[in-house]
Design a protein around this ligand. Structure first.
Ligand code: F6R
Length: 357
């Protein structure tokens, strides 16, 4: 039930700190160490390449998950949109492991790939919110998101739960492979949960940003580099699906290769700046669009912020920023949709679970 909340989406956004704490607890053993079913860690360790297959928001989570797994566990990962993979299968490695990410566990496009790869005898893991769902039953292994039912069509808490579980999977695999992480993930995820809480308490600010940038615009761009690019894709998807504003996410350096032609006076460009190694270059990209009249809204990580930034995210570990930076984007999308009189929980043309190919 949504209780006192006007919409499920807002309730589910607010649940994110709790879900994060629950995930930490569910994947901890009695000694407080992160653990994952050893059969899953074995399956990953013995694969020579991981193939993440998913759709929509879950695909965006997969892009971030690739970074966690490659950087920490040192395993090569490819991320594929399910509906493309089935009809255009890439050359596979010798010992692939498939990871299906699906909130519902029922998405037909993802299931089509699972059926295909099972015919070849390949191993699979499903990361899902729904125990006993089709993708969970049909894969060799399952990891649960523990996010509780997600009712709003726009996925919010499932995305951050997917990132949390992928981070834990990457860290546990790293350890099993003898790679030492430079930080304590349990502690850092705890800090992330606290930051999520701080962000959920700043709804007025997000409503204000939505009003200022998005109340009359026809379109909106999201830019970022590295993981900020992936979070931008998710921010754009949230905004377009519930507010019907045409929104696109771009790699910071890519806009000038064509799309910058769409920038007019006042076009909102939401830029994420949470990564130190690309901080200067993303700020350069913001200047390029601002010089053509764009109305930039920079969301920066504490420590990297500059004077004109519109919003500063609480300090968290730099590799985990997608878990927090998506929350302002979810809330901005929510308020933009609300101000424009859209049906936030049930946007037109969409179903919660897409069971046709
Ligand atoms: C966006 C959204 C969709 C789903 C996609 C995959 O807010 O909800 O893009 O993420 O349809 O669904 P699952 O994760 O259930 O496979």
């Amino acid at each position: 039930e949504k209780g006192t909340y006007p919409h499920y989406m807002l309730k589910e956004v607010d649940e994110q700190p709790l879900v994060m704490r629950k995930i930490i607890q569910k994947y901890q053993n009695n000694q407080g160490k992160l653990t994952i079913d050893p059969a899953i860690v074995d399956a990953i360790s013995s694969a020579d390449r991981l193939y993440i297959v998913a759709c929509g928001t879950s695909y965006h989570a997969g892009l971030v998950g690739k970074q966690f797994i490659e950087r920490w566990a040192k395993k090569p990962v490819e991320v594929h949109v399910a509906s493309e993979f089935s009809y255009n299968m890439p050359i596979l490695s010798e010992k692939p492991l498939f990871i299906f990410i699906s909130q519902s566990g029922e998405t037909a496009d993802s299931r089509a790939v699972l059926v295909q790869i099972k015919e070849h005898g390949y191993q699979s893991l499903t990361i899902t919110n729904v125990p006993g769902s089709t993708l969970s039953r049909e894969a060799n292994h399952t990891l649960l998101l523990h996010a509780g039912p997600e009712i709003a069509v726009a996925s919010t808490k499932a995305y951050t739960a997917q990132l949390g579980v992928l981070a834990i999977l990457a860290a546990v695999t790293a350890e099993a492979r003898g790679v030492e992480l430079s930080f304590d993930l349990v502690k850092e995820l705890g800090i992330v949960a606290n930051a999520m809480e701080v962000l959920c308490d700043q709804k007025d600010e997000m409503e204000y940003i939505a009003r200022e940038y998005l109340s009359t615009t026809r379109n909106c761009f999201f830019i970022g580099r590295s993981v900020d690019y992936y979070v931008g894709l998710e921010g754009a998807l949230k905004l377009k699906e519930i507010s019907y504003i045409q929104a696109e996410g771009f790699a910071g350096g890519e806009l000038k290769h064509g799309t910058i032609a769409l920038i007019e006076n006042g076009t909102p460009v939401i830029a994420l700046a949470t990564q130190e190694h690309v901080n200067l270059s993303i700020r350069g990209n913001v200047k390029e669009v601002a010089a053509r009249g764009a109305n930039p809204c920079i969301i920066a990580l504490k420590g990297l912020e500059e004077e004109d930034d519109r919003f500063v995210l609480p300090a968290i570990h730099e590799e985990l920023t997608p878990l927090a930076s998506v929350i302002p984007l979810q809330l901005i999308a929510y308020y933009a949709a609300l101000h424009r009189g859209c049906d936030v929980d049930k946007p037109r043309n969409l179903a919660k679970s897409v069971t046709v190919e």
